[in-house]
Design a protein around this ligand. Structure first.
Ligand code: HEC
Ligand code: HEC
Length: 512
């Protein structure tokens, strides 16, 4: 094993330096199906030219990848070479947990392959003679495409391998970036930058969320090949043996918080949520009937870094031929109800449906693709149940001689729409893009909700008639797929408005 931890010298303040900006050659569009898929589903983040400057990019951190640099973090191929088609397709299918790059299981495999072809096209640059060079084409012609690194079979996890993993973690100075406990808070962190000059945080191993997948094989490849464009350098054959690398993998995996279930982060492969028909719909979110059905796991992506982003929501759907009931369950250690103090925020979950059948970009719809939104809020639930937010709950030792409710409810007195007492814990609304959000009129509020926090989980049921006469409402019919997406706000992490975790689109289908 080589003794010099190369990464240390690099991480200690040495910025990798901005990349030389090559002339973009992507303004020569391909006019293929791949381009169409890319423009509809990817360009809002990655930009039409693939420079990472799509209109949504300002809202996101880490930033969407600039493909023109030809740098990809997730590769089974050796460091310094381009990823394989399979690597890129897997990334698009799985998404990059812990970032806003979502899983695209709702696109067909062919669509994903074509989008990847177009991403490869966007890596092109103009060479000195003005020739357009597609990096992947160039590598193929010059026989420079990397072959997947061989991963030896995973050995068993033993006390010895974990001890060796810990020793290597310190000896190779992984801890200087990833921190003593793997929380991503080592002393080098403030100085770390990526190739674009932006600050970058080492992975927090306690969350169990890995950009390139969480299996032993995935982590083995990440440690072997590094993450291109970041201070996470490769630890290849010149640094450690395969057995040592496996010990590191096992040690890293052992740092995950025990309450986090990694399988939660895996999307259903077909992108489907099927509503089974039952004779009677349960109203109670804890009704045992729900437990008899396997939920669809819907991964959630944070738009902005959070210490512990909610990784996924489990969704179960039922209908009785008349009404739909949708159960959303997600882990949340501390329930946050009605906000009382200015620094308080509430837990919430929203379901959005694409009204004209075509899913818009995954924001909140756009001018041509309006969405119908149902949002359940913990504070509204408390209110409906007659448990209004109380200063005494928050400040148990507060002393008040005379307690005039109205002094805390000026907005109610002023008949502020958001403040008037709620009769349902769910708001029925429409949106046509960022900032174009309209709650429906009171008479059109027809979604019921019931949320129960139990044993570290929120369990929230939405119910509505399948049909509706309101043109702004989603209409549900047997066997007709409807695009549906989810968002969760965690009050404890100060989530509100655009600060949330979101899913990509899924298809909801009502079984006959
Ligand atoms: C909501 C914004 C968003 C959308 C939509 C989106 N991406 Fe991304 N994508 C990101 C972000 C952010 C990253 C970088 C994550 C990181 O570096 O940790 C990324 C990274 C990538 C990467 C780099 C993978 C690697 O190994 O480094 C590829 C390839 C990619 N996206 C392809 C796509 C394709 C194809 C689509 C459309 C089908 C798409 N993305 C849609 C946000 C998005
Ligand atoms: C110089 C700082 C630095 C050092 C030293 C370092 N890492 Fe990292 N590591 C990072 C950064 C930064 C990231 C996150 C990159 C990103 O988000 O794209 C990362 C990411 C990772 C990931 C996550 C891969 C994924 O799919 O999300 C693993 C696993 C990892 N490092 C393991 C290690 C191990 C094991 C060592 C020691 C052998 C080590 N790192 C040393 C900075 C470092």
């Amino acid at each position: 094993m080589a003794s010099a931890p190369r990464c240390f010298a690099l991480g200690a303040g040495l910025v990798l330096g901005a990349l030389p900006r090559l002339a973009l050659a992507a303004d020569t569009p391909l006019a293929t199906h791949g381009q169409a898929v890319y423009e509809q589903h990817c360009a809002a983040c990655h930009g039409t030219r693939g420079d990472g400057q799509g209109p949504a990019a300002v809202w996101l951190f880490p930033k969407p990848r600039d493909f023109s640099a030809g740098l990809f973090k997730i590769q089974s191929t050796p460091a310094g070479s381009l990823p394989s088609d399979d690597d890129l397709e897997r990334t698009v299918t799985r998404g990059m947990p812990g970032s806003s790059m979502p899983s695209f299981t709702y696109l067909s495999e062919a669509d994903r392959q074509d989008a990847v072809e177009y991403v490869k096209h966007l890596t092109a640059y103009l060479d000195a003679s003005g020739q357009r060079v597609n990096r992947f084409e160039f590598a193929r012609r010059n026989d420079q495409l990397g072959h997947p690194v061989e991963v030896p079979p995973e050995p068993a996890v033993t006390v010895e391998s974990l001890t060796q993993g810990r020793e290597l973690f310190v000896k190779l100075q992984c801890n200087t970036c990833h921190g003593e406990t793997g929380a991503g808070d080592g002393p080098q962190v403030p100085a770390l930058r990526d190739n674009w000059g932006l600050p970058i945080r080492p992975r927090d191993f306690n969350t169990g969320a890995f950009r390139g997948g969480h299996t032993g094989r995935d982590l083995y490849l990440r440690i072997h090949n590094g993450l291109a464009g970041t201070p996470m350098l490769p630890y290849g054959a010149d640094v450690i043996t395969p057995a040592e690398r496996w010990s590191l993998v096992h040690y890293v995996l052992s740092l995950r918080r025990k309450d986090i279930e990694v399988n939660d982060m895996l999307a259903p492969e077909d992108g489907l949520i099927q509503a089974r028909k039952v004779p009677r719909l349960p109203r109670d979110p804890l009704d045992p009937l729900w437990q008899s059905i396997d939920p669809a796991r819907v991964p959630l992506n944070p738009l902005w870094p959070e210490p512990y982003p909610v990784p996924a929501v489990a969704v179960t759907a039922l209908h009785d031929g008349q009404r739909l009931a949708l159960l959303c369950q997600w882990r949340d250690e501390l329930p946050n109800g009605a906000p009382v103090r200015v620094q308080d925020f509430q837990d919430a979950v929203a379901v959005q449906f694409a009204l004209n059948g075509t899913p818009p970009f995954l924001g909140m719809g756009d001018a041509d693709h309006p969405v119908n939104l149902w949002q359940w809020k913990a504070g509204w639930q408390a209110e409906v149940e007659g448990r209004r937010a109380d200063m005494h709950e928050r400040y148990p030792s507060m002393h008040v001689d005379t307690y005039f409710a109205t002094s805390y409810q000026t907005a109610v007195e002023a008949d502020n729409l958001i403040a008037v007492p709620h009769t349902s814990s769910v708001e029925d609304a429409n949106a046509r893009g960022f900032g174009r959000f309209n709650p429906q009129a009171r008479a059109q509020q027809n979604v019921q909700g019931q949320g129960v926090w139990h044993d570290g989980f929120w369990n929230v049921v939405f119910q509505r008639d399948l049909d509706s006469r309101d043109p702004e409402d989603i209409k549900l019919a047997l066997r007709q797929p409807v695009p549906v997406a989810f968002a969760v706000w965690d009050g404890e992490q100060r989530d509100r408005n655009g600060r949330k975790v979101i899913s990509n689109w899924f298809q909801l289908i009502l079984e006959p």
